[in-house]
Design a protein around this ligand. Structure first.
Ligand SMILES: O=C(O)c1ccc(O)c(O)c1
Ligand SMILES: [Mg+2]
Length: 632
């Protein structure tokens, strides 16, 4: 599978774009005319620059409003085309993209358009060039790839072919099976883009909301599979018009693009009718069994405050690392590491971000295979020296530059607690276990623009799906939330995207200098028993406004006795079509980190309806001078 991306997809000036595209590992690049026009250099300079990066120019585009023009416009379009052919020859590319005509003066008729293309084909052939026709979803007469294909077929010229673009086909819900019968040599290139499902004008949707395959909701895999079935094995080229991408950093966006194509190729390859696509095999998406541990980097008073909270939550220190200053706190299946070592990555992370949950470990079926897949998908490996006899944990860089460790139960990785740790004599300082059994979910806060990056990261490496985005209302703005979860519920990650720094989420990333784990939710089987045990441990839950309880009682028709119990323990309540949900929160710790305790009675969500109330309450606990102002 040869990979390409259009220059329009990423931010910056042409040289920056090309550098980012080459660094991400693409084989080719589509030169968007405007990027070329804005560049102060000759077409030959651009061609040289591209080739110096080891890239090939896959096409030059777009050539607009060509087919079906009445005279005298018709003659002029041919003159225009000849000028573009000049540029292409100097650039060193052989393919021109012609997108379907949107001009109100253009005339319809398949044969008229076919005749125009036949003539253009003859002119292109004289220069050794080729022309591909693409149906824009909003083209005046041609807005369906089936019609574009019929024009190309009737044009009957070897230098005229079809360009398929997943957005135009899928946004109009055009049957992808219609692609399977197109001869592969007539498909000159394939453009790919995904998009979130939003009901809006096609042109606006296309020009502002496209995203990388796998980041949106369109069936891009089925589209690609239909193409693979034709036997096509040419370039797959990303063409992503996206406001955030235009404003973001070029390198990570280009890297996401490359990852999205590798992931897409892998999904197509796994299908029994994979066709001809040449894709390097890799292990399948890693099934996640549970969260193995969460590791905090901390020092001094921060560490003392954290361990104090852990104790009120019923955690006991059960072991200490043999060679590093790392303590293990445990309750049920939950393992929390507190790393106060002055050397190593945790300490650098502490220096940058302050006290934070900088590392997360996922237990997968086979950590070696998961690592192999992650690396095939361009993940950045993390290697830290270990003392002799200790276990080397495979890890990759994750959200906010933190670490994602991969563990399994089948290798020595499953014995890390015996091998690397020494049981500590600590009997718990009179701490009462609170019935916390497992990590229910891990909530990571990222800048809004980074959400697609991390959704793609998790869903491409691990066997998990993303849920639709929901809006969480913070008194100071909106936070967008999207979940990555598996069917078994053994992996639940919520990603919260902060658009401004005045929200609790925005404050967290501003003050900790980056994205990261903002809250950890633990599951219990009996939230009322847990609440009572926590109280005896000296835990002070987040205080919830009494008004909330009157509303909840009315909304769900709760028994007043139940409402009273909820109110007394500051427990939030929700219900979905599957069952009931109970939530209890800690106040914030540091710059907005907090703990949550949940009881699920078959409930599948995350209590989004309650978020506004707990955010309002949590904001009160930030240190006063650090409190994000709602206005200003
Ligand atoms: O939005 C456009 O005009 C446009 C131009 C060229 C393309 O290949 C395309 O998919 C869209
Ligand atoms: Mg296109």
């Amino acid at each position: 599978m040869k990979t390409s991306i259009a220059t329009v997809s990423i931010s910056g000036e042409l040289p920056d774009k090309l550098a980012a595209i080459a660094a991400a590992g693409f084989d080719g690049v589509e030169i968007f005319e405007n990027d070329f026009l804005a560049f102060d250099g000759s077409p030959a300079d651009v061609g040289r620059m591209v080739r110096d990066h080891g890239l090939e120019i896959t096409l030059f585009q777009p050539f607009r409003d060509f087919e079906g023009m009445p005279e005298p416009h018709r003659s002029r379009t041919f003159d225009r085309a000849e000028r573009k052919f000049d540029v292409m020859q100097q650039l060193g590319t052989e393919l021109l993209l012609v997108c379907s005509n949107v001009s109100p003066i253009s005339l319809g008729g398949i044969d008229r358009a076919a005749a125009d293309f036949h003539e253009l084909g003859a002119r292109a052939a004289r220069r050794g060039l080729k022309v591909g026709f693409e149906a824009l979803a909003w083209g005046r007469h041609i807005n369906d790839h089936r019609d574009a294909w019929e024009i190309v077929r009737r044009a009957g010229h070897p230098n005229i072919g079809l360009i398929l673009d997943s957005f135009h086909t899928l946004s109009r819900k055009i049957e992808v099976n219609s692609i399977r019968s197109i001869p592969k040599e007539k498909i000159f290139i394939v453009q790919l883009a995904d998009a979130p499902l939003i009901d809006m004008d096609l042109l606006y949707w296309s020009r502002h909301f496209r995203n990388m395959p796998g980041e949106g909701d369109l069936p891009v895999t089925e589209f690609t599979r239909a193409i693979a079935e034709t036997g096509y094995d040419g370039y797959f080229s990303l063409e992503i018009f996206n406001d955030q991408f235009r404003g973001g950093a070029a390198k990570p966006i280009a890297a996401d693009g490359h990852r999205s194509l590798i992931y897409l190729g892998d999904q197509v390859r796994r299908h029994p009718h994979a066709g001809s696509l040449s894709v390097k095999p890799m292990p399948e998406r890693a099934p996640v069994q549970r969260v193995g541990f969460v590791e905090f980097a901390a020092a001094d008073e921060d560490a003392a405050a954290l361990t104090a909270i852990l104790k009120t939550l019923g955690f006991r220190k059960t072991a200490t690392h043999r060679s590093k200053q790392v303590d293990l706190y445990q309750q049920g299946d939950i393992r929390i590491l507190v790393n106060t070592d002055e050397n190593g990555f945790a300490s650098s992370s502490y220096a940058v971000h302050g006290s934070s949950a900088y590392a997360l470990a996922l237990v997968v079926d086979d950590a070696r295979q998961a690592m192999e897949r992650a690396l095939a998908l361009d993940a950045e490996p993390f290697i830290q020296p270990v003392a002799k006899g200790e276990v080397e944990l495979p890890a990759i860089r994750g959200v906010g530059g933190g670490l994602l460790y991969l563990l399994d139960d089948k290798s020595d990785l499953g014995r890390i607690w015996e091998i690397d740790f020494e049981p500590s004599g600590d009997e718990g300082d009179g701490v009462e276990e609170a019935g916390l059994r497992s990590v229910d979910h891990v909530a990571q806060t990222v800048a809004y623009e980074e959400m697609p990056t991390w959704l793609l990261f998790y869903t491409s490496i691990f066997a998990a799906e993303k849920t639709p985005m929901v809006d969480i209302i913070d008194p100071a703005g909106v936070v967008r939330s999207q979940v990555v979860e598996n069917a078994a519920g053994t992996l639940r990650l919520t990603l919260n995207g902060a658009e401004n720094r005045r929200t609790l989420a925005g404050h967290f990333i501003a003050e900790t200098f980056g994205s990261g784990v903002q809250h950890l939710a633990f599951g219990t089987d009996d939230i009322f028993a847990t609440a009572a045990a926590l109280r005896r441990n000296g835990f002070h839950p987040l205080h919830i406004s009494p008004n909330y309880y009157d509303d909840v009682e009315a909304r769900f028709g709760l028994d007043p006795e139940m409402t009273e119990r909820l109110r007394a323990e500051n427990i939030l309540y929700d219900r979905d079509e599957h069952g009931e949900f109970f939530q209890l929160y800690s106040p914030t710790y540091g710059e907005g980190f907090f703990f949550e305790i949940v009881e699920r009675r078959q409930y599948c969500g995350y209590g989004a309806a309650n978020a506004i109330f707990r955010i309002a309450a949590l904001r009160k606990h930030l240190r006063p001078e650090g409190l994000p102002k709602i206005t200003g």
